[in-house]
Design a binder for this molecule. Structure first.
Ligand code: KG4
Ligand code: ZN
Length: 349
C-alpha cells in the first residue's frame, strides 16, 4: 500500500444495508455494515420508510466503527464516495446527505456513484485491476444484467438483462413459496445443499433455440417462478409432501444454469477472456461452482469476490470512488441528485 494513494470513504444506503467502507488505493481498510433486514422480515420484503429510519440511526455509529477499524480519523480522508442510485429514494437521501456534509466539513471531493457499477468494480479489492475488457454478470435483488466492462471499468455497456424478474427477486419469491424466511436467496442456497438439482426439470428461460437467437444475453425468470408455484400447488392438491430441498436445488440449478451459460456464451461470442460476477446472488455457492467449472472448460478466467463483498456494502462504493479519484476523474457537483432508477450505464460523477 502506498501512502500516496487516496484514502477514500464509501457510503452505501440504497436498500436495507447501511454500509461504510474505507480503502486506500485498492486496499480494503474497513467494511462496516449494519443491516435492517430483521425489521423487514415480517413484511416479506423491504419497507422503504423502515429502511430510511434505520439508516439514520445506523450511519453515525457505522462511520465511527469504520474509522476505528481502519485506524484513521475522518480528517485523514481524501475523498468521499456515495451511492447516488439506483435504490429507495428515502434511503439514498440519508447516505447522500451524510456524504455531502462530510465532504463540505472536511473540504474534500465527493463522488456520487452508481451502485450497479460498484458491484462490478468491488472485485478489484480482492483480485486487482479488472482486465480490459471483462464480461460482468451482475445479479442482485433488483437487477440481472450481462455487461461489457471496458476502459478501466469506466465504460459499462449492457449486453442483455432480465425481461421480467431479477435473479435475486426470483430466489426471494420462490423462498416465500417454500415458507423460507426473507431474504430467501441465502436460505435456498443452504436448503439446496441437501437436495437433488436434477429431481425436477424446471424450465430454463430464453434458452430454447428461437428465444436464444432473439435474446442471446437476456434473462427471464418469471416463467420459472410460475412453474415452481404450479408444481407445488399440484403436489399439495394431490396431498403429497413437498420435498423442499429438492425443489430448492432444482430451482437454483435452473437459475444458475442459464446465468452461467449466457455469461460464458457472451465471453465466447465477443472473444473476451475474463468474467467477473457481482451482486448479492453472486454469493450463491452453486452459481460460483458452476461458473468456475464452465469457465475452466471454456478457457475463461473467472473472478468472483468473496461473498461478503457480493452483497451490498460500503467498501464497494469506496472501491469505485477510489478508482475515479486515481484516474483523476472530476468529482460530482455538490448539488448532484439521488436517482432511484439509475441505469447501469449512467455515470453521476
Ligand atoms: O446486491 P444485493 O445485496 O442487493 C441489491 O442490490 O439488490 O442483492 C440482494 C439479493 C437478494 O435477492 C438475496 O436473496 C440475494 O441477493 N442473495 C442470494 C444469496 N445471497 C444473497 N441469492 C442466492 N444465493 C445466495 N447465497
Ligand atoms: Zn446491490
Amino acid at each position: 500500500m502506498s501512502a500516496s494513494e487516496p484514502l477514500v470513504l464509501g457510503i452505501e444506503t440504497s436498500c436495507d444495508e447501511t454500509g461504510v467502507g474505507i480503502v486506500r488505493g485498492t486496499d480494503l481498510l474497513a467494511n462496516e455494515i449494519a443491516s435492517s433486514v430483521a425489521e423487514h422480515a415480517r413484511f416479506g420484503g423491504v419497507v422503504p420508510e423502515v429502511a430510511s429510519r434505520a439508516h439514520l440511526e445506523a450511519i453515525g455509529p457505522a462511520l465511527q466503527r469504520a474509522c476505528v477499524t481502519a485506524g484513521i480519523t475522518l480528517t485523514d480522508v481524501d475523498a468521499v464516495a456515495v451511492t447516488a442510485g439506483p435504490g429507495l429514494v428515502g434511503a439514498l437521501i440519508v447516505g447522500v446527505a451524510t456524504a455531502k456534509a462530510l465532504a463540505v466539513g472536511l473540504g474534500v471531493p465527493v463522488y456520487g456513484v452508481n451502485h450497479l457499477a460498484s458491484h462490478v468494480v468491488v472485485d478489484e479489492l480482492q483480485h486487482g485491476p479488472l482486465p480490459d475488457p471483462t464480461i460482468g454478470l451482475l445479479v442482485s435483488g433488483g437487477h440481472s444484467s450481462l455487461l461489457l466492462v471496458s476502459d478501466d471499468a469506466q465504460v459499462i455497456q449492457p449486453l442483455g438483462q432480465t425481461l421480467d424478474d431479477a435473479a435475486g427477486e426470483a430466489f426471494d419469491k420462490v423462498a416465500r413459496l417454500l415458507d423460507l424466511p426473507f431474504p430467501g436467496g441465502p436460505w435456498i442456497d443452504r436448503t439446496a445443499v441437501d437436495g437433488d438439482p436434477q429431481a425436477i426439470a424446471f424450465p430454463r428461460g430464453l434458452m430454447n433455440p428461437g428465444d436464444r437467437d432473439r435474446h442471446p444475453y437476456d434473462f427471464s425468470f418469471s416463467g420459472l417462478k410460475t412453474a415452481v408455484s404450479r408444481w407445488l400447488a399440484a403436489r399439495a392438491a394431490a396431498g403429497e409432501d413437498i420435498p423442499i430441498a429438492d425443489v430448492a436445488a432444482s430451482f437454483q440449478e435452473a437459475v444458475v444454469d442459464v446465468l452461467t451459460a449466457k455469461a460464458v456464451g457472451a465471453a465466447r461470442d465477443l472473444g473476451v477472456g475474463h468474467i467477473v460476477l457481482g451482486g448479492g446472488v453472486a454469493a450463491n455457492s452453486r452459481l460460483r461452482a458452476l461458473a468456475q467449472s464452465r469457465c475452466e472448460a471454456a478457457g475463461i478466467t473467472l473472478r468472483v469476490p468473496r461473498p461478503a463483498l457480493c452483497t451490498d456494502n460500503g467498501v464497494m462504493v469506496a472501491a469505485l470512488g477510489s478508482r475515479l479519484a486515481r484516474a483523476g476523474v472530476a468529482s460530482s457537483p455538490l448539488e448532484f441528485p439521488t436517482t432511484s432508477s439509475m441505469a447501469v450505464t449512467q455515470r453521476v460523477w
